[in-house]
Design a protein around this ligand. Structure first.
Ligand code: HEC
Ligand code: HEC
Length: 496
C-alpha cells in the first residue's frame, strides 16, 4: 500500500514537472517570437528616448502646475485645466464628455460632475463634444494636438497644404499657415486654446472677448493690470508676481513684463511636458525582463503585431512605434455620441479631421491615439463612447456589429444628448471612406484572443499613474485659503 502511494506521488511530481516544462517551452517560444517582432519594429519600449522632458521640480513646471489648477484662468472663476485633466484620473476626467464651466460643484471631478447650461444648451447634458485626451506624455507628440490635429507642426509636413516648413499652425491661423503667437512647441500652442472656449473655461460673461483679448485679460487678471486689475486682491497678486519672478528668473520683472499670456502658456506647457509616464511592464519586457508581462499579455502582443494574413489583428499598422501611434488620421466609425461639432444638416455630427482639411477622405477621421497608459485613460474613443477596453477593441474588429449592439446604458453620464442619432450618425461614418469601407474585412478573433489583447494593453500602464504618492509632485497641496486653486475631490468627497 505504502509503495503504491509513493509511486503515485512520484508520478504526480513527474507529471507536474512535465506540465511546467511544457509551459516553460511555450513561454520560450512566445519570447522568441516577440523578440523578432521587437527587432522588426525597432522597439525600445521608451517613446521618450532622445527627448528633453522638463523636470516637474523645476520652477517653471511648478508655476505651470499652479496655473493648471487655477480657477483664475476660467473667465468666470469656475473652471481650470485640471477640471478635465487630473493626474489622478489618468490625465483626463474619467468622463465620456467633459464638463467645464458652470459645474454645480466646480471642485467635484469625474463621475458626478454635472452642470446645467440651460441658457445655452436647452437639452442639458455635457456641452463639450469630444472626450478629454490625457495630458500624460503629450511631450511625445511630434505633429498634432487634438483629436483632429488642429494644432499642428508645419516643420513635419513641409509642402503639405502649402506649408512653408516652419512654425505651428493653430485655429488662429489658416490651414498650412504658421501662427506667429503659437509659442515654443505644440503643447504651448495647444495650451492657449482652452481659455478661449466658452464651454471649457471662458464662460459666458466674456463672450465679447476674442481668442487673443481673453488671453490678455486673464494674464492681466493674474498680473493686476488691464480690465480686471483688481479681480484677485493685493495678496494674491503679490504671490503670483513672486512666483513668476522666480520661475522666469526675473527677480525685478514687473507684472506687465513677465505675467504675459505667452509666459502663462509657456509654463503650463512645461508642467504638462513634465508628465512623462512611460515606465511600463512592456518596456521592462523589451529591456530583457522576461517575467515583466504575463503569458497572456505575450499572446496579446503577438496578435497585436501580427498581420491578418497570419491570423493577427494588425493593430500596429496604425498604433505603431514605441508611442503606439502613426500620428495620422483614420475613420474608425467610433460611435458618435454627444452634441457633435455642429457638422451635418442638424449639427449633430463631427466630421473630425475633415473640419480642418475640407477633404472628403478625412471625413470622420480622428488622430490615432497613443496606447501608453490606455488602461487609465477611459472612457475611450473621440467621444468617449466606450467604457471598457474590451468593447473598444471589439469595435475595431467588427464596427458594424459594434454599432448595432451599442449599449448606451453603460455610460456613466445619463444625460448625453443625441443618443437617438448615434446609430444614424455612426453608420454614415461607416459608409464613408472608412478604413473598413476600403475593403478591410473585419478581423475574426475569439473572445479569448480579445482578452489576450486587452491584457497586453494593460501591460502598457506605468504603475506611477495609479499611485497617488508617486503622482504627488504633479498635484498641489490642498490650500483652502487659496481662492485660485481648484481643490479636486470625487463625488465621495475624497481628495484626488
Ligand atoms: C472642459 C474640459 C476641459 C478643460 C477645462 C481643458 N481641457 Fe484640455 N481638452 C479637453 C478636450 C475635450 C480636448 C480634446 C478636444 C478636441 O480634440 O477637439 C482637450 C485637449 C487637450 C490637449 C490635447 C492632447 C492631445 O493629445 O492632443 C491638451 C494638451 C490639453 N487639452 C490641455 C489643456 C490645458 C493646458 C487646459 C487649461 C488651459 C485644458 N486642457 C483645459 C477638455 C478640457
Ligand atoms: C486603421 C488604423 C487602426 C488600426 C488598424 C487599429 N486602430 Fe485602434 N484606433 C485608431 C484610431 C484612429 C482610433 C481613434 C478613433 C476615434 O476615436 O474615432 C483608435 C482607437 C483605439 C483605442 C481607444 C484609445 C483611446 O484613447 O480612446 C484603443 C484601445 C485601440 N484603438 C486599440 C486598437 C487595437 C487593440 C487594435 C487591433 C485590434 C487597433 N486599435 C487597430 C486606429 C487604428
Amino acid at each position: 500500500m505504502k509503495k503504491i502511494i509513493i509511486g503515485l506521488c512520484v508520478l504526480g511530481v513527474a507529471g507536474y514537472n512535465s506540465v511546467a516544462s511544457a509551459g516553460k517551452k511555450h513561454n520560450n517560444r512566445l519570447d522568441k517570437h516577440l523578440r523578432s517582432i521587437i527587432m522588426q519594429n525597432n522597439l525600445t519600449g521608451n517613446p521618450l528616448l532622445n527627448r528633453t522632458v522638463p523636470d516637474i521640480n523645476s520652477p517653471q513646471a511648478q508655476l505651470g502646475k499652479d496655473l493648471f489648477f487655477s480657477k483664475s484662468l476660467g473667465g468666470d472663476f469656475d473652471s481650470a485645466c485640471v477640471a478635465c485633466h487630473h493626474p489622478s484620473l489618468g490625465g483626463g476626467d474619467n468622463l465620456s464628455l467633459p464638463i467645464g464651466v458652470e459645474a454645480d460643484d466646480p471642485d467635484l471631478l469625474a463621475v458626478g460632475r454635472s452642470n446645467d447650461l440651460a441658457l445655452n444648451n436647452p437639452e442639458g447634458g455635457p456641452p463639450v463634444p469630444r472626450n478629454a485626451p490625457t495630458t500624460f506624455n503629450v511631450v511625445a507628440w511630434d505633429q498634432f494636438q487634438f483629436h483632429d490635429g488642429r494644432v499642428e507642426s508645419l516643420a513635419k509636413t513641409p509642402g503639405v497644404n502649402g506649408a512653408d516648413g516652419s512654425g505651428i499652425r493653430t485655429p488662429d491661423s489658416a490651414l498650412g499657415v504658421a501662427d506667429p503667437l503659437a509659442g515654443n512647441n505644440l503643447v504651448q500652442a495647444q495650451a492657449r486654446f482652452p481659455v478661449t472656449s466658452n464651454e471649457e473655461m471662458k464662460g459666458f460673461d466674456h463672450t465679447a472677448y476674442t481668442n487673443q483679448t481673453i488671453r490678455e485679460l486673464l494674464a492681466g487678471r493674474l498680473g493686476g493690470y488691464g480690465n480686471e486689475a483688481d479681480a484677485l486682491g493685493a495678496d494674491r497678486l503679490a504671490i503670483w508676481l513672486e512666483k513668476f519672478q522666480t520661475a522666469l528668473d526675473r527677480p525685478d520683472g514687473t507684472a506687465e513684463e513677465i505675467i504675459t499670456e505667452q509666459n502663462v502658456s509657456m509654463v503650463i506647457a512645461e508642467y504638462e511636458r513634465s508628465q512623462a509616464f512611460v515606465n511600463t511592464p512592456w518596456k521592462k519586457y523589451i529591456e530583457g525582463h522576461k517575467h515583466a508581462i504575463s503569458t497572456n499579455a505575450k499572446r496579446g502582443a503577438i496578435l497585436f503585431y501580427s498581420t491578418k494574413a497570419v491570423g493577427g489583428a494588425d493593430c500596429a499598422s496604425c498604433h505603431q512605434g514605441d508611442f503606439f501611434t502613426d500620428e495620422s488620421f483614420h475613420n474608425m466609425a467610433m460611435p458618435q455620441i454627444g452634441p457633435g461639432k455642429g457638422d451635418g444638416i442638424d449639427g449633430s455630427k463631427d466630421f473630425g479631421r475633415a473640419r480642418e482639411t475640407g477633404l472628403d477622405a478625412d471625413k470622420f477621421a480622428f488622430r490615432t491615439p497613443s496606447l501608453i497608459n490606455v488602461e487609465v485613460t477611459g472612457p475611450w474613443s473621440h467621444a468617449g463612447a466606450y467604457t471598457s477596453l474590451t468593447a473598444v477593441v471589439k469595435h475595431h474588429l467588427n464596427p458594424a456589429q459594434a454599432i448595432e449592439s451599442y449599449d448606451a446604458s453603460l455610460l456613466a453620464q445619463g444625460d448625453i444628448r443625441n443618443l437617438d442619432k448615434m446609430t444614424e450618425n455612426t453608420t454614415e461614418a461607416l459608409d464613408a471612406e472608412s478604413f473598413f469601407a476600403q475593403g478591410e474585412a473585419p478581423v475574426l478573433l475569439n473572445d479569448m484572443q480579445v482578452g489576450f489583447i486587452v491584457e497586453f494593453l494593460q501591460a502598457l500602464t506605468d504603475p506611477c499613474t495609479q499611485d497617488r504618492a508617486c503622482l504627488s509632485p504633479w498635484i498641489p497641496e490642498v490650500d483652502e485659503q487659496n481662492i485660485d486653486q481648484l481643490n479636486a475631490r470625487n463625488r465621495e468627497g475624497d481628495l484626488l
